[in-house]
Each structure stands twice: as C-alpha cells, then as structure tokens.
Write a protein that binds this ligand. Sequence first.
Ligand SMILES: [Zn+2]
Length: 102
Amino acid sequence: MKPSEKDRLRRALEQRRETLVHELDRDASRVRENLDDQAVPDLSRDDAELQDIEAARRRLDDGSYGLCTDCGVEIGLERLHAEPEAARCIDCQRRHEKTYRA
Ligand SMILES: [Zn+2]
C-alpha cells in the first residue's frame, strides 16, 4: 500500500473515531435518561465499532494494516475505503459472520 493511501485511510479512521466518540456520548446519556429502547443496542454497537477502529489504528502503527487478520491477503482498497476499520478480507468476513452470527 502506498504511504499516501495509508495517510488517507488513517485520516478516515480518525474522523470516524471522532464521530463515534460523540455518538457514544449521546448514546450514554440516552441510556441514563431512559429515552428509548434503542439506546442500549446503539451504545453497544457504537462501542464495538470504536474497538474495531482502535484495533485498525494499532495495525496502522505496527504495519499490518490492510492485511487480512485471518488469511493474510491484502484487503482490497475499495473495501478499506468503504470500511477503513475492516480487519478481514471479504471472504474471511463472510465466513466469520456465518460462524459467529448464525
Ligand atoms: Zn482473509
């Protein structure tokens, strides 16, 4: 991956992270105030996404970013631009979802 691509994806991750931190704040106050039933699932989904983003930032730093954590192939740039926190190639992601969400 070109360094310029990496910078672009790092910025995308940082922006997404900032948005999520705000969303988490808002989710947490909705949970505290019991505003709606969707607040708890939103909070855990946003929290899970934030964990994925933090993991992706660590991979950027240790140089393993962009490689599938399961099989080691390069994750397509198109997929990374759509989902910069992606840890798996599309095939492994499908297999993972089948295994863990069925
Ligand atoms: Zn893979």
